[in-house]
Design a protein around this ligand. Structure first.
Ligand code: ADP
Length: 294
């Protein structure tokens, strides 16, 4: 994979953490592998053709990977419990990708083990009239998770430099200014104890077609099929350009983008859950000794 290797320092091991089930160096090296390979380095100019959406990053779809995924999901539950108990910070997970790239499936699988009490999921659709009457970050800010919570965005403020750019919904001068506005907004969140992880689910055009066909022919998936998705598919190249700009201009040390090869759902789930767990491990959290003062 080109261009995504970050010079971020190695995370300190959290072996003192009594809940940590990943004591072996092997587990840590595997975690770092995902972060190193998939994180977009700040200011790196991204060309998506250089990233293989079907990459398996040296892993196999076998019982060993499944076992590691289950352990990672279990660990995520333990870490969410700590995050909730401490209430010192929040985690925001942003999911973006072309139609049928697997945003819903990621939420269902990766978050399958965590307590609903500590999670919020917000899906951003076409803005309503009240939202349009405000600045584009207004509805986003309202959905930012509170301290102690994991918030997941299914689509996000990035739509305002993606669909809005592709369909020219506002003048160029307006969407162009938004990259810097987004960076400022995300820095402000980071300074207020919101850790942000942004995942671009990278699928190929062929895989998208396969998934659309599956939606059309599988009675359990037909409800997901929309003619609007077919219309959007015609703008594939424009979306690629818009995604490349967002990934190149808005991957920062405080709110990095990760390009997740997503043609294989198992690899997508494995990589994302690992990156989330490793990020939470770095918080070095502890259960409070007494209940919070009311
Ligand atoms: P999804 O595809 O996420 O499952 P929908 O089929 O309801 O859900 O699609 C949501 C639509 O809302 C997408 O086409 C997306 O581009 C659009 N959307 C989201 N945010 C904005 C925005 N800020 N401006 C215009 N359209 C937006």
């Amino acid at each position: 994979m080109n261009g995504v290797i970050s010079d971020r320092s190695l995370p300190v091991g959290s072996n003192e953490n009594p809940l940590c089930i990943f004591h072996s160096a092997y587990f840590w090296s595997a975690f770092l592998d995902f972060i190193r390979k998939l994180m977009v380095a700040p200011d790196k100019k991204i060309k998506l053709t250089q990233f293989d959406p079907a990459d398996t990053l040296g892993h196999d779809d076998d019982h060993k990977t499944q076992d590691k995924l289950q352990k990672t999901i279990k660990r995520l539950d333990e870490l969410q419990d700590l995050l909730y108990a401490e209430k010192k910070r929040a985690l925001l997970i942003v999911l973006q990708g072309m139609d049928a790239s697997g945003k819903d499936g990621t939420i269902r699988h990766v978050m399958s083990g965590v307590s609903p009490q500590g999670c919020t999921v917000t899906s951003f659709k076409v803005p309503n009239s009240e939202e349009l009457a405000h600045d584009f970050l207004w509805r986003i800010h309202k959905a930012i998770p509170a301290k102690g919570m994991i918030g997941i965005f299914n689509r996000s403020h990035y739509e305002d430099v993606l669909v809005v750019r592709v369909h020219k919904l506002v003048p160029k001068v307006v969407w162009k200014a938004r990259y810097a506005e987004i960076n400022r907004f995300e820095r402000n969140l980071e300074e207020n104890d919101v850790k942000i992880l942004k995942f671009f689910l990278h699928i190929s055009r062929e895989e998208q077609e396969r998934r659309f066909q599956e939606r059309l022919h599988d009675p359990r998936k037909k409800w997901k099929f929309s003619k609007a998705d077919l219309k959007e598919r015609k703008h594939w190249d424009d979306y690629v350009t818009a995604y490349e700009a967002a990934l190149s201009r808005c991957s920062t040390e405080y709110a990095p983008w990760f390009i997740i090869p997503s043609d294989h759902k198992w690899l997508r789930n494995f990589a994302i859950s690992r990156i989330i767990v490793e990020t939470l491990e770095e918080f070095d959290m502890h259960f409070p000794k007494s209940p919070p003062a009311s």
